[in-house]
Design a protein around this ligand. Sequence first.
Ligand SMILES: Cc1cc2nc3c(=O)[nH]c(=O)nc-3n(C[C@H](O)[C@H](O)[C@H](O)COP(=O)(O)O)c2cc1C
Length: 194
Amino acid sequence: MHALVVFESMFGNTQLIAKAIAEGMSPVVSVDLVEVGAAPTRIGDDVDLLVVGGPTHAFGLSRPKTRDSAADQAEGDLVSKGNGLREWLAGLERGPASVRVATFDTRINKPRVPGSAARGAEKRLRRLGFVIVVPAESFYVGGTTGPLLEGEIERARGWGELLSLEATGSGSSGSGSPSSLRASLKGVEEGRSS
Ligand SMILES: Cc1cc2nc3c(=O)[nH]c(=O)nc-3n(C[C@H](O)[C@H](O)[C@H](O)COP(=O)(O)O)c2cc1C
């Protein structure tokens, strides 16, 4: 089974999450990790699982103007210097129905700040005929340029493992099963919000 992880990242936080997700999936599936500017616009028949993630900008997927604003706030080079997920998704060919997808984003951990790039990406991918394997997930930063909140890298590894198991349909029982992982992820989320 083969997975493709496509990410957009301005300051590097989403890139770190994407890497951790790929690590989490790697015991179960072979994984390619690709920055959105280098991502294919046709998902090949060799891809079984497509994972797509980027930063939340202005309550959704980034736009040229929000990326300009990010560039103004960056101390060094941006990771993604060209198009973002929004433009890539607009040019993406309809998927083979066999390709399962999952989306993620990074966003600021503030109560009552709505919006998620991952949910926007999920909606577009569903319209393109892809099958959603697990619901969109968010990972949290402490401020616009980061850093990631403590424990988010580990949570991303766990989410990667969960979705690789869901996509392969393996491990329906035992300590590494999707249900027990889901329970432990839920615990982390409840811990953060309490
Ligand atoms: C122009 C701009 C708009 C943003 N809007 C939001 C927002 O609406 N909600 C949110 O939670 N975070 C928002 N953020 C914070 C980003 O989510 C944060 O910069 C991102 O998670 C960092 O990931 P990256 O290092 O991969 O770019 C915004 C950031 C920028 C630069």
